[in-house]
Write a protein that binds this ligand. Sequence first.
Ligand code: UDP
Length: 265
Amino acid sequence: MNRRRRIYEGKAKILYEGPEPGTLIQHFKDDATAFNAKKHAQIDGKGAINNRISEFVFEKLGEIGVPTHFIRRLNMREQLIREVEIIPLEVVVRNVAAGSIAERLGLEEGTQLPRSIIEFYYKNDELSDPMVSEEHITAFGWSSPQEIDEIMSLALRVNDFMVGLFLGVGIRLVDFKIEFGRLWEGDILRIVLADEISPDSCRLWDVETNDKLDKDRFRRDMGNVLEAYQEVARRLGVLNETRPPQGIVPVLVASNPEKGGKSAP
Ligand code: UDP
């Protein structure tokens, strides 16, 4: 029986109280929503795939020194994370015109942008996450100028890293949305990457064919949503089936008899 305390339930994830103070369990649901939840469906298996993809990307980002909330995966659908105070901003980084920027500025989808562009949206479902400027953010106290500087510098590092990561597996990173949180470490307040990075929150196009491997397949009723997410996971090498089989690799077990059965130093 699941008797954990539910802290928060969003459209695609649930947060439960974690095993230790300062931790939470992030649970990935199979629900898919778009257009501020006006469109809704269940995509069996999506949660498990997003859990794996997000784990993979957060771990890699951690390895290059980007602070994140990720601690470790717990099971198919859940990961242990650090509890942070979420900054109420959706930070979108764009490399190629698509979605709302294409519409707003009359750009053809697929147009390379002159440089990577960062946008901020105020996280508020009732208002459908309106786009805001740094002026709004600081005037209303959602975040400080210093925090915004840190967020922008982290967002660009995340972008640079992810562009290369995905290009390496034949995928163009068109745009993505990330969120940040505040974490106290002793007396020091750090900004850390939070939430998730998955085909739900990125636009990912096949380099050769421009096939969409992301949530636009759901938004635009293109079909094969799960297959597209699986393809991303497969290319990143995070689908179980594509992992090298464990335990059947030859392992050197024989000891050297001349050294009295002890292994060589
Ligand atoms: N995005 C997201 N959550 C949102 C809004 C956008 O993850 O609530 C992602 C979206 O998947 C895309 C990027 O942010 O990768 C930019 O989205 P856009 O502003 O073009 O909005 P959309 O076309 O999704 O309405």
